[in-house]
Design a binder for this molecule. Sequence first.
Ligand code: SAM
Length: 211
Amino acid sequence: MRQRNIKNLEQKIEMNSSFLIRDPKDMKGRWNEVFGNDNPIYLEIGCGKGKFILDYADKNPQNNYIAIEGQENVALRALEKAEQGGISNLRIFMDYVQDLKDYFNEGELQGIFLNFSDPWPKARHAKRRLTHHKRLKNYKEVLKSDGTIEFKTDNDGLFDFSLEEIEEAELQIIEKTTDLHASDYASKNITTEYEDKFRAGGKNINYVKFR
Ligand SMILES: C[S@@+](CC[C@H](N)C(=O)[O-])C[C@H]1O[C@@H](n2cnc3c(N)ncnc32)[C@H](O)[C@@H]1O
């Protein structure tokens, strides 16, 4: 989907394209060639302006990171930051992903991050939620056998729904809390743009890690 609400969007993307992957489906099974090493690969779906994945990649040079964002005008912000930061273990692509097998081979990923995913509150839109059990099963197919999925949200209803979907997909919870910032997991947490906003308003953040 193309958004045109940033003037000269295409031009700005071109000027900040050092870490952009334009043909991600062509990279299926070859992401190690993109990074030039065999380090573990972690993926964030819906990275927004990219704060989380840029911080994560910067702090973990032993891993590779891929960020996907469907809105091009939002992804541009992540591309600009990546360009400025010169973070060589990060790549970004712009797409609304449905089937991860279009982009990745079985077992190609070590981990997947879902941060503050759109809640799609209407019941008839449940299948669009990124934690719907059919999507979770799809993620599992491109993860290594010990690979994990981590999900954070301010939305308590979406969190409850997601816990049910994890069970429906027959996946195992490894870590879980309804107050991430007051939990033992807080010290390893890296915040996202949305998380900072909700935290400033005093909202508890839900977190679950599973495989
Ligand atoms: C609520 S925002 C959260 C952004 C960021 N993760 C954060 O926590 O600050 C959700 C983002 O996910 C993106 N998104 C939703 N579904 C997507 C999909 N299937 N593929 C790629 N991006 C998606 C949206 O465009 C939006 O920018």
